[in-house]
Write a protein that binds this ligand. Structure first.
Ligand code: CP
Length: 304
């Protein structure tokens, strides 16, 4: 049966560790994998803009010997009302896998239900699993063992925050999500992973208190205050989040050895100061690079 990658919560901890190990192997010896997806074609439906996700998937499939077809917002008959079900069934007759970046998470789930090829979530309004898994790879490179580490996410309880929550619990990390009141993740989302966190004796802290959330953190993570699709809220959000920026003072509340992480793109002077993102603790470009290696592992696991 085909397997999709739509949410980290659909994978077991063992699978996630296997995928991370495989990504490290690919990163170490990329030439060993250069023909592994020869003759395979990845479709890439992108309804939103992308630098990292689009390029890393396209370069990744090329390096594995396959090819990618980029399908922008106006390229398919989907934009003229063809159904998701029909599109999924038709594309399954041509392609070997598909990445979808869109707004509604339900659309990706529906696509996957009708597709007979693996479907990979390249970001929805609900989550961003490829990003969070690449982030785990980056933390593993920095710290070795992930178990027992603490990640503090400061900012909007958005799709990246949700995937980080799932990823941290899956790999045995504690997480604090620090957001202004009204902007943290939904309780139902926390409930989806709470039992697993309790069984593993992990702490999930959801707070508006920056000092409390950052105490003991090994990694401090942030994202833009205004995600794609919420542009009309931008001015209001700048007011709401103005005290939730990652500055040198904020980093000082975490462990002295803490790293700074951001999925990018970043807005220096808004969610993070230039001194932090361009400083010694920043590992943001390692995160960006690891999107390539991790997604090669995902494609091989699902499409080979
Ligand atoms: N982090 C991330 O997904 O970047 P892009 O939006 O550029 O793909």
């Amino acid at each position: 049966m085909k397997k999709d990658f739509i949410s980290l919560n659909d994978l077991s901890s063992e699978e996630i560790h296997q995928w991370l190990d495989f990504a490290r192997q690919i990163k170490q010896s990329p030439k060993d994998f250069k023909s592994t997806l020869e003759g395979k074609t990845l479709g890439m439906i992108f309804k939103k803009k992308s630098t990292r996700t689009r390029i890393s998937f396209e370069v990744g499939i090329t390096q594995l010997g396959g090819s990618g077809i980029f399908l922008g917002p106006d390229d398919l008959q989907l934009s003229r009302g063809e159904t998701i079900a029909d599109t999924a069934k038709v594309l399954s007759r041509y392609l070997d896998g598909i990445v979808i970046r869109t707004y509604s998470h339900k659309d990706v789930v529906e696509f996957a239900q009708h597709a007979t090829i693996p479907v990979i979530n390249g970001l929805t309004d609900f989550n961003h699993p490829c990003q969070a898994l690449a982030d785990m790879l980056t933390l593993q490179e920095r710290f070795g063992n992930l178990k027992g580490l603490k990640l503090a996410y400061l900012g909007d309880g958005n799709n990246v925050a949700v995937s980080l929550l799932f990823a941290c619990v899956k790999v045995g990390m504690n997480i604090s999500l620090i957001s202004p009141p009204g902007y943290t993740i939904d309780e139902e989302v926390q409930a989806m992973i709470q039992n697993e966190a309790e069984a593993k004796k992990l702490n999930i802290t959801i707070t508006s208190n920056i000092q409390q959330g950052l105490a003991g953190a090994d990694a401090v993570y942030t994202d833009v205050w205004t995600s794609m699709g919420k542009e009309e809220e931008d001015a209001h959000r700048k007011q709401v989040f103005k005290n939730y920026a990652v500055t040198d003072q904020v980093m000082a509340a975490a462990k002295p050895s803490a790293v700074f992480m951001h999925c990018l793109p970043a807005h220096r002077g808004e969610e993070v100061s230039a001194s932090v993102i361009d400083g010694a603790a920043s590992i943001v470009f390692d995160q960006a690079e690891n999107r390539l290696h991790l997604q090669k592992a995902v494609m091989l696991k699902l499409m080979r």
